[in-house]
Design a protein around this ligand. Structure first.
Ligand code: PRP
Length: 211
């Protein structure tokens, strides 16, 4: 028998919904629930192994083929632009990329080059290039909302889910950039070598989420 299919799941926000999806498909995820500090977990009845990783690493592992499939947010996919197939929009993990500034800040006024802080410099660059607008981009690793508050940036391009972080810090959305949700991704070679198994899994997922 072939080795189990390996699926990399994004730790944290998407984890619960992804495990719920696997359980919805009828798979026993006891090992995932009882993982402790273990990072590779068997889902024996699905002949699968679950790997838990940070979003960017999910893409890296799937791109390199050490995981056959992955579940990751469209936000990280847009930023990393990996060589892989994005097969299913899973519908959960919904949020958006937005351009935000301090409330009532006249972002589009004047001709000076604006500074934008973001954890997602590539998404930010593409958004402003598409507008034909020149901006300086500063890469920030977390709590990007701090940058305009501290006077480092005129605005941010960041994930907005409930809007609470912006609101509690006196910031507001100026413009939506893109909608985001979780995607099922597949390694291009795995899809050829294990086509039947992967297609059967994808069909199960599609039937479940369209139900
Ligand atoms: C994300 C994002 C915002 C916040 C938005 O940060 O960067 O800061 O969530 O959520 P809300 O609209 O529901 O308030 P995360 O919690 O992932 O932490 P980080 O900023 O440290 O990366």
């Amino acid at each position: 028998m072939d080795k189990p299919l390996r699926i990399a799941l994004t730790k944290g926000r998407l984890e619960k919904d992804t495990v719920q999806l696997l359980e919805g498909l009828g798979y026993d995820c006891t090992a995932v629930h009882e993982k402790g500090r273990k990072l590779i977990l068997p889902v024996p009845d699905a002949h699968m192994e679950v790997v838990l990783a940070k979003a960017a690493d999910v893409i890296t592992y799937v791109e390199h083929g050490v995981c056959d499939m992955g579940v990751v947010g469209k936000d990280t996919l847009m930023e990393m632009n990996g060589k892989l197939f994005e097969l299913v929009n899973l519908g959960f993990g919904k949020c958006k990329f937005a351009l935000a500034t301090k409330k009532d800040y006249p972002f589009y006024d004047g001709f000076g080059v604006k500074t934008i802080a973001s954890k997602y410099p590539n998404v930010t660059r593409a958004f402003f290039e598409n507008k034909g607008m020149d901006v300086d981009i500063v890469k920030i690793e977390g709590s990007v909302e701090l940058a305009p508050l501290l006077g480092l940036a005129d605005g941010i391009v960041d994930i907005v889910e409930t809007g609470t972080t912006l609101k509690e810090n006196g910031l507001a959305v100026v413009e939506d950039v893109a909608q985001v949700s979780a995607r099922l991704i597949v390694n291009t070679v795995s899809l050829k070598l294990r086509q039947q198994e992967i297609e059967a899994f994808v069909k199960k997922v599609e039937d479940y989420i369209n139900d």
